[in-house]
Design a protein around this ligand. Structure first.
Ligand code: SF4
Length: 297
C-alpha cells in the first residue's frame, strides 16, 4: 500500500514538474510578443503625452498584424527608423517645419520625425514613394496621410480594393491596407521635396530592411523618378543585374529582371501632377490594375 501511495506521489510530482516546465516555455514564448507590443506602444507613446491612439481600433488592428512574425520584425524596424537622426539637413528641416507649422495646422501636434512604412505585412503590392510631405506625413506620422497626395492615393487604393476606406487624415482614422504596403525612399521630409543623393543613399538600408521584411512582395510600384531609381538601386544591391543603360522612368514603365520583383512606374501622386491633369484617377487606376496582374502572377 505504502509503495502504491509513494508511486502515486512520484507520478503527481513528475506531472507537476512537466506542468511547471510547460508554463515556463509558454511564458518565454509570450515574452517576445509582450516586448514587441511594448515597443510598438512606446513608439506611439513617445509621439505625444496623451496619445489617444492606444484605445483606437486602428492600433488594435495594427498590433494584431504586427504580432505575426514578419509584422514583429517591421515593428522593431519602425522603432529604429523613427529614432534616426543621421542626416543633419533633414533633421533640421523636419523639426523646423514641425515647430513652425502652417496656419491651417497650427493647433496640430506635428510628428516631426522619420516616417516608417505602413500597410499589410503580407502585402504583394509594394508602393514606393519619395519622402514624407512636410505637412502631411511629417505632421501625422503615417505615409501619405493628411495631404492631397494621400487623398488621391488612398482613394485609388480604396477603389482597387487595397484599402478599407478612401480617406486618410490621421494615424487613428481606422485606415487598413490589405495586400498593399506603402514605403518611402527617404524617411524625413526634405526641403522642396528634394532629397540629396547622399541622403537617399544614407536612408537606403531602411528601405532594404523593410522590403526584406515583406516576404510576400510580388511587385513594386514606384511613384516618380526618384522612387524608380531607388527601386533599381535596391534591386542591384540585392544581386539583380539591371539593364544598361539603366531604364528611364516613365509613367507606365515596366522593368522585369530575374531575381527581383517586377517594377512599375507611375507619375507621383503629388498635387502638381493630380491638379494639372498630368496624372488622373483613371490613369492611376490603370497602373493599379497592371500591378494587380503582376501581384497575382
Ligand atoms: S532621411 Fe533616413 S537616414 Fe536620413 S535622418 Fe531621416 S531616417 Fe535617417
Amino acid at each position: 500500500m505504502d509503495d502504491a501511495v509513494s508511486s502515486r506521489k512520484e507520478t503527481i510530482a513528475s506531472e507537476e514538474e512537466t506542468l511547471a516546465s510547460q508554463e515556463e516555455t509558454l511564458a518565454s514564448e509570450e515574452e517576445p510578443l509582450a516586448s514587441e507590443e511594448e515597443t510598438v506602444s512606446s513608439r506611439y507613446d513617445r509621439s505625444r503625452a496623451s496619445d489617444p491612439l492606444r484605445a483606437t481600433p486602428d492600433v488594435a488592428l495594427y498590433r494584431r498584424a504586427m504580432s505575426r512574425p514578419c509584422g514583429r520584425h517591421l515593428a522593431a524596424l519602425a522603432d529604429t527608423i523613427v529614432a534616426c537622426r543621421a542626416c543633419p539637413r533633414l533633421v533640421a528641416w523636419r523639426e523646423r517645419v514641425a515647430s513652425e507649422k502652417v496656419r491651417r495646422f497650427r493647433e496640430h501636434d506635428y510628428w516631426g520625425r522619420p516616417v516608417p512604412g505602413f500597410g499589410d505585412p503580407h502585402a504583394r503590392l509594394i508602393i514606393l514613394g519619395l519622402a514624407p510631405g512636410a505637412h502631411g506625413a511629417n505632421r501625422t506620422g503615417r505615409v501619405f496621410t493628411g495631404d492631397r497626395s494621400g487623398d488621391f492615393l488612398y482613394a485609388a487604393l480604396h477603389r482597387a480594393g487595397f484599402a478599407n476606406q478612401g480617406a486618410s487624415s490621421a494615424r487613428d482614422d481606422g485606415l487598413v491596407l490589405r495586400d498593399a504596403f506603402i514605403t518611402l525612399a527617404v524617411r524625413c521630409a526634405p526641403p522642396d521635396n528634394a532629397p540629396q543623393p547622399a541622403e537617399i543613399r544614407r536612408c537606403a538600408p531602411f528601405l532594404d530592411a523593410e522590403l526584406d521584411a515583406l516576404p510576400s512582395s510580388r511587385v513594386i510600384l514606384a511613384l516618380g523618378a526618384i522612387a524608380w531609381n531607388a527601386a533599381i538601386d535596391r534591386m542591384v544591391r540585392r544581386g539583380a543585374v539591371a539593364p544598361r543603360p539603366r531604364p528611364r522612368f516613365a509613367h507606365g514603365a515596366e522593368l522585369v529582371v530575374p531575381g527581383a520583383p517586377p517594377l512599375l512606374g507611375s507619375y507621383h501622386v503629388s498635387q502638381q501632377n493630380t491638379q494639372t491633369g498630368r496624372l488622373t484617377p483613371a490613369m492611376f487606376d490603370a497602373v493599379l490594375r497592371r500591378a494587380k496582374t503582376f501581384a497575382s502572377a
